[in-house]
Write a protein that binds this ligand. Sequence first.
Ligand code: GLN
Length: 539
Amino acid sequence: METKYIFVTGGVVSSLGKGIISSSLACLLKARGYRVTIQKFDPYINIDPGTLNPYEHGECYVTVDGHEADLDLGHYERFTNVRTTRANNVTTGRIYQSVIDKERHGDYLGKTVQIVPHITDEIKRNVKLLGNTGNFDYIITEIGGTVGDIESLPYLESVRQLRWELGTNSLCIHLTYVPYIAAAKELKTKPTQHSVKQLQEVGIQPDILVLRTEKHISTEMRKKIALFCNVAPDSVIQSIDVNSIYKVPIKMHEQHLDEIVLRKTGVTPEGEPHMEPWLNFLDKMDRATETVNIGLVGKYVELQDAYKSINEALFQAATYADRKLNLVYIHSEKLTEVDVDQKLSGLDGVIIAPGFGQRGIEGKFVALKWCREHDVPTFGICLGMQCMVIEFARNVLGLTDANSTEMDHSTPYNVIDLMEEQKSISNMGGTMRLGAFDCTLRPGSKAAQAYGKTDISERHRHRFEFNNEYRDRFEAAGMQCVGENPATHLVEVVEIPEKRWFIGTQYHPEYSSTVLSPNPIFLSFINAAIEYHSEKAKA
Ligand code: GLN
């Protein structure tokens, strides 16, 4: 079949969950047997979000091919089990960079380079890149930002042109907000009407409206919206608040979103989507009564989205282990010897978060020392793994002042050091060790047991690395380097085998954890935490 293009735009306010709606639709289409991918176009000027701090846009996600991407790509993968790549996330910065490069190269043959047609043509070319591979039946394109933003205009103009060129091989889903005015006890449709008008003003007629709401929207109200917005009444769909984002695909299917999309793109729906494994996951989630208590030690704990993929990976693993996840955030900047006991006892497992720079680092050492000495299941990820190594060097090997050269240039014991190939790099953007790399695990190690194999591949995002000169001293004292890159011998996993579960990974296993394929090392960590919980209960 010809590739179909679905555009998802948003109006009224931001944070409506366009990413979740796009992911839910993709999940349903995939469950119907279609080959689907989702891509996001972000209207900011940064080339990619790699240089943004988490306070700006939350977590930076990493694709297998080493692209630093918007966190929505994490949702895309978690909902669809389809790997994303650099082509799935494009920013205004990338579009302009490419147009300016072409201009310098002389490709525009003396013409004045303008937003229309040159920027819009470049956007259109990028929209179609994945479609042109022939690997997908449906390409869902999420347009970042909100209709009416200055930044969004070139994207909307491109969508208008593409809708015109592609005809029934494309459609537009517009997501809006229907606020509930408590004083009047009423839902209000006016913002939706205005937002659709704004879209119509730039020449786009939405085919489907998804209304984000806290209260049920009546059939009458949907008919009214349909009438005012030139949309069929059955194509006005509500997205009511639910207790888990993973229920949204089911809510969308109940209102036939997948069928409507198929019909409107000229495909006759056959049968039902194969959602059994997904429903099984939701069933486990709803049925879990016992809790597993995990602490996350990091410096962005006041920010929901900063550790998004870790939260989701933990949640998925806990659900498969029939537990409710109780995730306790522990601010690493505020954690000291004085309150560590009070803050960490009671937890069944502790995660030491990834991160950059000095802020909050000493709190991570305090947590790690406590966890190691109390033999609590502990999982260090990226900087968290590096902190495990530093804490062990200081308190077990007796190398006082051991550090990473990221935090202390002149440390006498650089147990974590800048990678060789990083030493000549001065540009900050896209220059870390990024993307999936192979790792060989030592047979019999806890990490190898967790994965059930010794050859794995996981995603990375770092500049610093375990210093192999210290390897023998660590191993002799009980911290084993059980995972290494087969080509470069970089240490990717450390563990203390005598402990219940004390593992650090230089890579980020959270990026590859999905609803239907949870990451094995998170499952193993959660199981260790559950076991520890029942041991404590017995004692
Ligand atoms: N700051 C560390 C490094 O660059 C760890 C990075 C991370 O946790 N993602 O190596």
